[in-house]
Write a protein that binds this ligand. Structure first.
Ligand code: GLN
Length: 195
């Protein structure tokens, strides 16, 4: 599917914003760093990057992004939450209130340990093709349970690390930190199909 002409917003409140923008651009689409909710009108999809979910969550409330992101998702636009972004989208967050509870998933923050326990691992992700996919995990959350509407796209250890609910994707690892563009392409294909 042609990915040129698509404009993907990257929530630019905190975290790995430019890395996601580069991945989107390398796929042939345009990336827009959004700092105001009004900038979401007219975009073809949204990426909520990794970073610190407490910070991104607080700023998203302050700047009116929570309602805007719910409207975007309700309009069928694809939303990809990576790492902290996945925590933002979860309906249940272990030990705290949810932030933008759009996806029927439960997450446990920092489930793989602290920063120095960060790791990379090859995983089988059939939705992205037969080649193994290298997942980069940095203070990553684990998706500890998923609802009936949620499709599991990848698991690692005791839980789920990549899940889809209709137009919403939650990813525990960092696809923007590798040269492998397949996960961004998968997301952009969702945006192209919805255009
Ligand atoms: N541990 C962070 C949090 O709980 C997420 C880490 C990340 O996005 N790399 O918000």
């Amino acid at each position: 599917m042609a990915l040129t002409g698509l404009t993907i917003a990257v929530l630019a409140l905190q975290g790995a914003v430019t890395e996601h923008m580069h991945s989107v651009e390398r796929c042939g689409a345009s990336a827009l760093a959004v700092r105001r909710a009004a900038q979401l009108s007219g975009v073809d999809g949204l990426i909520i990057p990794g970073g610190e979910s407490t910070t991104i969550g607080r700023l998203s409330g302050l700047y009116g992004f929570r309602e805007a992101i719910c409207s975007l998702a309700a309009a069928g636009k694809p939303v990809l939450g990576t790492c902290a972004g996945a925590i933002l989208l979860a309906r249940r967050v272990d030990g705290q209130d949810p932030i933008i509870p759009l996806m029927d998933i439960a997450v446990v923050r920092n489930a793989f340990g602290r920063q120095r326990e960060s790791f990379e691992t090859d995983m089988a992700i059939p939705a992205l093709g037969a080649e193994p996919y290298c997942g980069v995990f940095i203070r990553a959350p684990l998706i500890s349970s998923v609802g009936a509407e949620v499709e599991v796209l990848a698991s690692y250890g005791a839980g789920v690390v990549f899940a889809r609910q209709k137009n919403l994707l939650a990813v525990a690892f960092h696809p923007e930190l590798t040269d492998d563009l397949r996960l961004h392409q998968y997301f952009l294909n969702m945006a192209a199909a919805n255009r």
